[in-house]
Design a binder for this molecule. Sequence first.
Ligand SMILES: Nc1nc2c(ncn2[C@@H]2O[C@H](COP(=O)(O)OP(=O)(O)OP(=O)(O)O)[C@@H](O)[C@H]2O)c(=O)[nH]1
Length: 451
Amino acid sequence: MTPINKATLYIETVMIRSKFYNTLLITLITVTCITIILQIFSLKKTLVLQPDTHKAVKAISDQSLNGTSSATLIKNNNKWLLKCNIQASSYNWPFCEIALNFFEAPYSKSMKGLDLSSYSSIQLKAKYLNHPNSSIRIQLRNYNDSYAKIDDDSTWKYIGIEYWPDDMGITEIPMKSLQVASWWLNEQKIPIHLSAPEFDSVMVIEISTGNKIKPGQYMLELEYIKFTGKFFTNSQVLYTLIALWVFSAIIVLLLNLKHSREKLTNTAREAQELKQLNQLLNVKTKTLKDKAERDPLTGALNRSGIQPYFTQKQKKLSLIFIDIDHFKLINDIHGHLVGDEILKEFVKTISENCRNTDIIARWGGEEFLLVCPDTLLSEAFELAQLLRKIMDEKTWVNNIKLTSSFGVAQRGDESASDFIERADKALYDAKARGRNQVVMSKPTSHLNPLI
Ligand SMILES: Nc1nc2c(ncn2[C@@H]2O[C@H](COP(=O)(O)OP(=O)(O)OP(=O)(O)O)[C@@H](O)[C@H]2O)c(=O)[nH]1
């Protein structure tokens, strides 16, 4: 894949991911807003208790507690009418009440009352027909086997409120206004952690005469009890929304993690590819450098290749300038190709017989330089003599015999070109003296005192 294709793919991936995140965010915000609006303005549920729908109703008076009041209940125009005769007696809190039951005898421990815990408000339509200024009590009796006995209704929690109805008799009571009767908590010795109001198992709803009712005849009319609540509690909605946001955040985090891993893998792969490319470039650079610095025929360094060996000033640098004698004749007699073969073989022979530290270069035509680092003039002279002898004794391709001339010099305090020129001059002298000879260049006056 080309870098442009890679970049295009990367941009596309980033755009798709960003689109996904935007869509997710917009969806979450929309769902959250709709849910909150629905929770506030809709999704309500109601439970209406009235004579037509609820049959398990009875009248109760304080006679069950040794009082002398009496109560009877009749149904009239789909309303309950409690006729109550309150009488003073040894029982201090005389009462009559309408009791709406939500359990069926016989009792069993697994018995469950009405669950009103998801409702938040009670609306009552109840009033006295003859004593408009008297109070009414509403009591929800909740059963919980942590503190109550199923077959003893005095142990069922009293949760209620006393209020004064208006002329119409319609009263709205928030569920949170209901309180557990302190006398009941006291009587039952209920521990604090069980003392809060609860509505998950209401066995009886009691609509009763008020606490300090005076003796007399009372007509209490109850038309309905209506519970209103939400399908889901605010906490349920809140937790669901939090869960939704957290879940989405986890999805985004996981996707990011996956993306980061992929990116890491891609980066590692790209780094590996770059490394390989770099190695290839190094090889190619070396090849190009070699091509630029080496003579293609013999493989020896060329003029520019040997140049660096003269730039560092060394105390004992010697140079042997070599030229094949009468090479033109070889070309003329045996042809140019044979001449080429001899040139190659010549370089090979020198390389095989000099030291590893010596460097051979083709100066031009049939002229060669052998640069000898860390070598005294006398040592270079000896090496040149050896090479001269080898060349002289060697039989070349096509049984050709040849000789070579050598000019030797040791570098003094001089430039590279002066140094080479001195060696060349020595070579010229060798040629002039009849060839197949080694001539030493006279040390310059500035020559290193080590010689
Ligand atoms: N085959 C071949 N010949 C070359 C090459 N480069 C130069 N020559 C030949 O080398 C010869 C050099 O000849 P000259 O400079 O006259 O020197 P010489 O014949 O060696 O004689 P002296 O150096 O004076 O001993 C010429 O004939 C060139 O054509 C090459 O790459 N291949």
